[in-house]
Ligand binder design. Structure first.
Ligand code: APR
Ligand code: ZN
Length: 235
């Protein structure tokens, strides 16, 4: 992976398109039959002759320059996500700062899960300095409300969610650095796209139990990050 250019990474997931369809590229909104509308830096060397590519699994087509520009705007981890259908090529990782994830079983039941105990997850992330993968590299970030405690039923499905959350943690997908939608604070550690229940015996914030759809929702959110049970068995 080291030393690969962005164009090489993107090309790994593409098939050639000799005769582009009379459709617009949904990244730049210009016709696939003409040049990319992307005007930014870093894609000048891409030849016009092979200017359109088809993503190999989902089949969606884009200007090669547009895909390279999109890749360069992300965290450049070697993976690519189709902007139309969200199919993930490679292994998606995030920009979660360093920290610790721990869990244990506590001998109490959650509302709505009277027949099992509870898994408590404890996330701890200290404040730090933003890296190149963050919105403002070199600037400090804050970390509010840590350690953050989260709860899952200690059922078969709850344990599956825990297993996948551990994978998500390793891939740096549980938290991100950005602007908190709750507090409006910028340059702070925020939850990423996977919902957690942070209330144990009550539901005052909407992030508590009972919530019968929660585990299925989380499995769906993890899938959108490229984390599924089948995929973990391959690891
Ligand atoms: N518990 C669980 N999830 C939450 C909470 C919460 N208390 N508050 C917000 N979320 C969810 C939101 O629904 C959204 O999907 O996290 C996502 C990002 O929301 P932000 O407000 O940007 O995230 P963040 O600033 O990290 O969360 C604010 O969550 O755990 C608490 O201590 C934390 O008070 C802070 C709050
Ligand atoms: Zn385009």
């Amino acid at each position: 992976r080291k030393g690969r250019t962005s164009e090489e990474v993107v090309r790994r997931y593409l098939q050639k398109v000799r005769n582009p369809p009379e459709e617009d590229c949904t990244i730049c909104m210009e016709s696939l039959c003409g040049p990319s509308g992307y005007k930014g830096p870093g894609v000048g060397g891409i030849s016009r002759a092979e200017s359109v590519g088809r993503l190999s699994q989902c089949g969606h087509q884009y200007h090669l320059q547009c895909l390279v520009a999109m890749y360069n705007n992300g965290n450049k981890d070697g993976s690519l996500q189709c902007p139309t259908c969200k199919t993930i090529y490679g292994v998606k990782t995030g920009n979660q700062p360093p920290g610790k994830m721990e869990y244990h079983v506590i001998p109490h039941s959650l509302p709505g899960h009277p027949d099992c105990k509870t898994i408590r997850i404890i996330y701890n992330i200290p404040p730090g300095i933003q890296g190149p993968e963050h919105p403002n590299p070199g600037k400090p970030f804050t970390a509010r409300g840590f350690p953050r405690h989260c709860y899952l039923p200690d059922s078969e499905k709850g344990r599956l969610v825990l297993k996948l959350l551990l994978v998500a943690w390793d891939r740096r997908l549980i938290f991100s650095v950005g602007t908190s939608s709750t507090t409006g604070e910028t340059d702070t550690v925020i939850w990423n796209e996977v919902h957690h229940k942070t209330e144990f015996g009550s539901n005052l914030t909407g992030h508590g139990y009972p919530d019968s759809g929660h585990l299925d929702n989380v499995l769906e959110e993890l899938r959108a990050q490229g984390i599924t049970e089948e995929e973990c068995l391959r690891d």
